[in-house]
Design a protein around this ligand. Structure first.
Ligand code: PLP
Ligand code: TYF
Length: 394
């Protein structure tokens, strides 16, 4: 049997990590995988996470199973953080999942159970795992234009023109903030236009929010999601705590199915629990417990928010420095979009050949589509990247 297995294409982002590790050069810069790193290149455990873990270690009396949906206190705390004023207990069914990826996977499966004909619309480009999971599940999918490579900003006219083609019951997947891989994001006015359009069409929104707090702040980054939830009768939200709590390997996610009326909530909760049971029974709890401990304690929450703000402001400063360096070295403003982008990523607009060239010549590792992880830079490496981009003719 095992010999009959088909070859699987490797994940390009994860492959790049491997290549970087194997590169013997001393001067090399890793701008690949989306993991936050500080100026020393470390991914530290956040202070509040350490404190929460200590508290859990001291007080936890059992590691018996939680419920199929995970600890309800986790869903309550995290859903409030994400939805803010749009939080409405009566509308929300939720389950803890293994990471944001687990939430996305379950959301796609849920859509397939309710409406197998529904097309799921993805931004072009999007996080490669979106189409990959949809293909694996055999779900119909389509793309809408999103990124204007010339300006480095959102191609909103193209997006709305393509979304004119959605049918009733289709699902449009939107990145809640800090779009991966481009870094280009919708304005609130644009979010409202998308919401109104989906409502008029009778379509659903699915929101993947994996970087809340990395862009303009915790509330600002969730503003589009909240607006969608207030406008549309039905929304799925797949959230990840990997980045904003820095607990990548704990696999901490949440899937919310938000509907109207008690029947919708009950049915949605039943299906979410069922899907968890089919896939892995009980979701992981340690990361969820860390998040709940922090969000439910004022002092821990304040400290976590302060550290997250430092992370966010550090990335913004690097963006500004890179845009300034490029303005000077290229004698043009064509890279100014880098300072307007938000989150960990920016797509720079280099060709695959230029990307290869910068890796070979300068030891600079970025994803093949010229996505960089801003947090892979520091004040000393920004000028090196800027010069390499100019030298490569980007
Ligand atoms: N969605 C997007 C857009 C991402 O970039 C990521 C990546 O980390 C995820 C979801 C899921 O992250 P995780 O499964 O590590 O929580
Ligand atoms: O886009 C990224 O770099 C992050 C991390 O299969 C990641 O989202 C990359 C690949 C993958 C899972 C997570």
């Amino acid at each position: 049997m095992l010999n009959d297995l088909p070859e699987q294409a490797p994940d390009k982002i994860l492959m790049l990590m491997q290549m970087y590790r194997e590169d013997p050069r001393e001067q090399k810069i890793d701008l690949g995988v989306g993991v936050y790193r500080d100026a020393e290149g470390k991914t530290p455990v956040m202070r509040a996470v350490k404190a929460a873990e200590e508290r859990i270690w001291k007080t936890q009396e059992t590691k018996a199973y939680t419920g199929l949906a995970g600890d309800p206190a986790y869903a309550a705390a995290l859903s409030r953080m994400i939805l803010g004023e749009a939080h409405d207990e009566g509308r929300i069914a939720a389950v803890a999942t293994p990471g944001g990826t687990g939430a996305i996977r379950q959301a796609f499966e849920m859509i397939g159970r309710a409406s197998p004909e529904a097309t799921i619309w993805l931004s072009a480009p999007t996080w490669p795992n979106h189409p990959s999971i949809l293909k694996h599940l055999g779900r119909p999918m389509a793309e809408y234009r999103y990124f204007d490579a010339k300006t480095g900003l959102v191609d909103f006219d193209g997006m709305m023109a393509d979304l004119a083609g959605i049918k009733e019951g289709d699902v449009v997947l939107l990145h809640g903030c800090c779009h991966n891989p481009t870094g280009a994001n919708l304005s609130l006015e644009q979010w409202q236009q998308v919401a109104d359009h989906l409502k008029a069409k009778g379509a659903l929104a699915m929101i993947d929010i994996a970087y809340q707090g990395f862009g303009d702040g915790l509330d600002a980054d969730a503003a589009g999601t909240r607006l969608i939830v207030k406008t549309l009768p039905e929304v799925l939200v797949a959230a990840s705590c990997s980045k904003n709590f820095g607990i990548y390997r704990e696999r901490t996610g949440l899937l919310m199915a938000i509907g109207e009326g008690p029947d919708a909530k009950k049915k949605a909760q039943g299906t979410l629990n069922y899907l968890n049971r089919q896939n892995f029974s009980f979701p992981p709890d340690h990361g969820a417990r860390i998040v709940t401990t922090i969000l439910d304690d004022e002092a821990l929450k304040a400290d976590w928010m302060a550290e997250l703000e430092d992370v966010r402001n550090g990335m913004l400063a690097l963006r500004q420095q890179l845009a300034d360096e490029l303005r000077q070295r290229s004698n043009s403003d064509r890279f100014d979009f880098i300072a307007r982008h938000r989150g960990m990523f920016s797509r720079l607009g280099a060709t695959p050949e230029q990307v290869d060239h910068m890796r070979d010549e300068n030891g600079i590792y970025m994803v093949g589509d010229s996505r960089i992880n801003i947090a892979g830079l520091n004040a000393n490496t920004v000028p090196i990247l800027a010069q390499a981009l100019v030298d490569a003719g980007v």
